[in-house]
Design a protein around this ligand. Sequence first.
Ligand code: SAM
Length: 284
Amino acid sequence: MAYLGNPSRTRAVMEKHGFVLKKKFGQNFLIDDNILRKIVEASGVGEDDFVLEIGPGIGAMTQHLCEAARKVIAVEIDGKLIEVLQETLADYDNVQVINNDILKMNLNELAEKENDGKEMHVVANLPYYITTPIIMELFESHAPLASITVMIQKEVADRMKAGPGSKDYGALSLAVQYYSEVGIVAQVPPSCFIPAPKVGSAVVHLERAKAPKVDVKDEKLMFDLIRAAFNQRRKTLMNALKNSPSLSFSKEEIVAAIEKLGKKPTVRGEELSLEEFAMLANII
Ligand code: SAM
């Protein structure tokens, strides 16, 4: 089967199968083969590697992944696409398509069963309606991951790179920067998709950090503090932590911890770096 990454082939496959795009599944298919190749190249996936693709669509990126990798598991929520993928991926014997919601899967079990528990690479043109939950699940599941290379909204890519003082800085920035090294690989215009999304897109490559980036004794507490701080980002850190239903520290304990961190009582969470959130968790 010829490569699918162009408008006429993509339309022909959809027409042949009577496939109608579903907005509710974030179906914006890539129709530019150069971008598809660039994503696979940026992933660094080689012939010994195992790849998890989230949302293969009609298989335009899956074709390139099958050619680059040892084995590809592609998880697609839309049952109607499974018969399409059977045809478009018929030439490849190193791919398995699973009809499921990626957020309902146990990624540790998948890695164990399909890759002897060894590290996998995630590569995807993500459905934009659940980008953040997918990224958080990939990291927080602590599944063995070497890297994540994904197409996402440009605005979300900017949030991943942001630091203290920027309006884009938030819980996602801190989580992604804690777990990985973030690189923006390419900016992609709406015209490269069917249908064209209303927003610009970017490809990011997240290389899983080999060693912890900061010294934190209780990772969960640090992320509870981060979420509380950014849930009420216009409030002082003290008030945001005091008001949070998921934390139970007294005002005195919070004030003492902020002071020990060397910050003023009026400091806001958005002014703290990853190291400072880690220190705060260790102190408190
Ligand atoms: N990979 C294809 C491409 O690049 O053209 C399609 C990408 S499209 C942006 C997102 C794909 O993810 C769609 O095929 C959609 O059906 C699928 N999808 C949406 N939600 C999903 C979920 N929760 N689990 C698995 N796949 C999902």
